[in-house]
Every structure is written in C-alpha cells, then in structure tokens.
Ligand binder design. Sequence first.
Ligand SMILES: C[S@@+](CC[C@H](N)C(=O)[O-])C[C@H]1O[C@@H](n2cnc3c(N)ncnc32)[C@H](O)[C@@H]1O
Length: 220
Amino acid sequence: MKHEEELNREPLEQEPSAAAALAGDRIDVLRAFAKDLAERGEELGLIGPLELPRLWTRHLLNSAVLAPLLTSGGTVADIGTGGGMPGLVLGIVRPDVSFKLIEPMERRCVWLNEQVERLELTNTTVMRGRAEEFHGTFEVDQVTARAVTALRKLVPLTAPLLRDGGEMLFLKGAAVGQEIEAAQKVLKKHRVKDVRVDELGAEILSESTRVFRARVGTHG
Ligand SMILES: C[S@@+](CC[C@H](N)C(=O)[O-])C[C@H]1O[C@@H](n2cnc3c(N)ncnc32)[C@H](O)[C@@H]1O
C-alpha cells in the first residue's frame, strides 16, 4: 500500500478518543470499516477528496452519536445510505438492532454489500431501490437519514415506512429550523408529532450533531 503522500491525498484524521467510547466493544469493526473507506472511498465516489482529515469526526462519529437513540431489539431503515452513513456505522455499533439500508445506486449497494459480508454484519441487509418503492412492503420502528433531501421531501419518503408510533431520526445541518418551517404542511399530512431537535455529541466531538426527532401516527 502506498503512503498517502505518494497518492497525493490529504492525511487521514487520527482516531479521536471518543471513537472507542461510542463504539464500545465494536471499535475494531468500526476501525476496519474506517480503513477501507479511507483507502477506497474517494476512488469509488463515496466520499469527497477533502474528507480524509475529518473522516472520523464528520462522518463516522457524526453517525455513531445516533446509536444510543435506537431501540434494543428494534428495526431501523436507513434511507440513502450511500457510502455507509449513518446506516452501516449504526449496524456496526448496534448489533442488537436490525437494519435495512435503502440505497438506489448500484455501485453503492455493491460497496455496502461487500462491507456487510466482510464485517460479518448479520443484523444488516442492503435493499437496492428508492425509499418510495418500498412503501407498503415493510414497516420499521425507526428511520434514519443523512444528507438525502430537505425535510419537506424526506417526510413523505419515510413516514410510510414507519409503524404507527415509529420514530424519525434525521441528521441535519444548521438550517434545520427553516426546514421544519418549510415542512409544516407535510408534517401535518403525515401525522408527524413531538417534533424536536437534539444537539448530540457536543461533549465528545468538536462539532455537535443536530438530530431532527419526531414520531408518526396516532399513538405514542
Ligand atoms: C448525498 S448522498 C448521502 C449519503 C450518506 N447518507 C451520507 O450521509 O454520506 C445521498 C444518497 O441518497 C440516495 N437517495 C437519493 N434519493 C433517494 C431515495 N428517494 N430513496 C433512497 N435513497 C435515495 C442517493 O443515491 C445517495 O446515495
């Protein structure tokens, strides 16, 4: 393997101490994924050329902070998993939860399937297609997504995949307040309630992560 300098790449971020705290006894599996993503992610078009110096903080740990919000023994659909964030990272650190990774792009599904097999993630299934193609085919307890689309489009894509009382957990940027405003109509239409935005990871990451949280349906 050539050194990063020889490949003219940005240096990979050193693993922050928070990684082991977040991943617990799954840290070795997370490290194995991080290594492969760092080595092949750019070439496969999964991460941008400038992401290596912030791979852990901005991508892996930004995803892993959702882990404590997942229900043990529950089911989760991650929409638009791409290179693995957040769904595959969560599949690694929460072996007690079942994951469906929904991704339409074939090359990304090949990568995800390869990782699922290599890392022996028996709790994680990759499903090729757009979220809306799976409406009416299954229901899960929680849905997750990062960087897929604005809330007013994301809600109609994901609400039909949730059981009554199921929960949305979306990683969002600083404009989440405006996105919520713009989504008022669809939030009402899809019976989305208990909307809140949590800031997670402030104590362990240099940048905290904003999570849009809400429930759908008539019951708690
Ligand atoms: C900008 S990428 C983000 C990937 C990953 N979630 C991340 O944060 O690194 C958006 C992803 O959403 C997928 N996508 C777009 N529309 C979708 C849809 N309707 N259903 C499921 N996935 C979708 C794309 O194929 C792409 O992989």
